[in-house]
Design a protein around this ligand. Structure first.
Ligand code: NAP
Length: 342
């Protein structure tokens, strides 16, 4: 048990890739829970592409992390002290936005109330940060609410072997679609086809993507679950069907950009094909998480949805571990193990 609380604080806004020195690791006193609060020892820290957005002062969906503040991040942890009704020492919780630190204070109320996790036999804790957490919810609501996939349609998903992408493809298979992934290596493509059951996967770093999509999507693309943007989105737009749905989940190819990025060159196809482009942010769906959790837990327990987690040890390594999201170094959900599971 630690007596202090290591915290990653944002020191300056990164320019381009996040660099050593953009954040600093400081030792702070261990926090003390007040009335209605609990002290949580963080076990897993979620690393997400949106961390890069929060570090910037670009137009975004939440206030950016202020310079000097603890870096924002989702965590899962164990309650070590509780003054909150309904929470006991030893409970496993999502304490709200626990942040990049050893300990956080969870609260039973407020904008991000702590959530007690159930024990599901055979389901590892890390799954609550992956298929059964915000990641799975992003895949679920983005694909089903916005993409509206119909059996027999073709769904394309970029960053297919990543946290969200791996779940999207499996849900689309459950719905009876042809699923084509896009990923940055042959190993990742093998993973989503052989282990997750995607119909095909294209290594987008090799060859002409427009032709490869034409080959793997012989009936055209009905739903694009867009995680990447840039040239990938353009190649997809070149292959969309009438009334296609483009679900804009993320644009990771642009998060490190240092200047304006080009718009899609094939934008005209949205007009020609009467397509719909819609962005979404998962926090808007929090009121509907119950519906998602019931369905996803069932799929996970039945083995219909699998998730790989990519766990790196040590809070001190959080900044270097984050870089994997932008180099393609991760397969599955990227997590930092901050401390041991109870
Ligand atoms: N809208 C929402 O509420 C919401 C919620 C969660 C996530 N997201 C978005 O969903 C996307 C995926 O997030 P995630 O958490 O699941 O991350 P992830 O897919 O596990 O990791 C990111 C992956 O993106 C790929 N990538 C990195 N740079 C790229 C580039 N320049 N071009 C193409 N691909 C690139 C890499 O895979 P390869 O090796 O295959 O290139 C990397 O492994 C992100 O855009 C994220 O912002 C949105």
């Amino acid at each position: 048990m630690r007596n202090s609380n290591r915290q990653w604080r944002l020191k300056r806004r990164p320019v381009g890739d996040v660099k050593a020195g953009d954040l600093e690791l400081v030792d702070a006193p261990k926090p003390v829970p007040g009335k209605g609060e609990m002290l949580v020892r963080n076990v897993y820290l979620s690393l997400d592409p949106t961390n890069r957005i929060w570090m910037s002062d670009m137009e975004q969906y939440m206030p950016p992390v202020a310079i000097g503040d603890v870096m924002r991040g989702g965590t899962l942890g164990v309650v070590e002290q509780s003054n909150a009704d309904g929470f006991a020492v030893g409970d496993i919780v999502i304490p709200g936005m626990g942040g990049w630190q050893d300990y956080s204070i969870g609260s039973a109320s407020g904008p991000f109330p702590a959530q007690k996790l159930p024990k599901i036999p055979g389901v590892p804790l890390s799954t609550f940060m992956s298929a059964l957490g915000f990641t799975g919810a992003t895949a679920y609501f983005g694909l089903l609410d916005l993409g509206k996939p119909q059996a027999g349609e073709t769904v394309v998903v970029s960053a297919a072997a990543g946290a969200v992408g791996q779940i999207v493809g499996q849900i689309a298979k459950i719905k009876g679609c042809r699923v084509v992934g896009l990923a940055g290596s042959d190993d990742k493509c093998r993973y989503v086809v052989k282990e997750l059951g995607f119909d095909a996967c294209i290594n987008y770093r090799q060859g002409d993507l427009v032709s490869a999509l034409k080959r793997e999507c012989p009936k055209g693309i009905d739903v694009d679950f867009e995680n990447a943007g840039g040239e990938i989105l353009d190649a997809v737009l070149a292959n969309i069907n009438l009334k296609a749905r483009i679900v804009v989940c993320g644009l990771i190819s642009q998060y490190n950009a240092t200047g304006p990025v080009p718009g899609p060159y094939n934008f005209a196809n949205i007009l020609m094909k009467r397509a719909r482009v819609e962005g979404f942010i998962i926090i808007d769906y929090v009121p509907r998480f119950g519906e998602f959790a019931m369905q996803m837990a069932q799929w996970v327990m039945e083995g219909k949805v699998k998730d790989r987690v990519d766990i790196h040890d040590g809070l001190e390594n959080a900044v270097t571990t984050l870089a994997n999201l932008f180099t393609g170094g991760n397969t599955g959900k990227l997590l930092v193990r901050v401390s041991a599971e109870p």
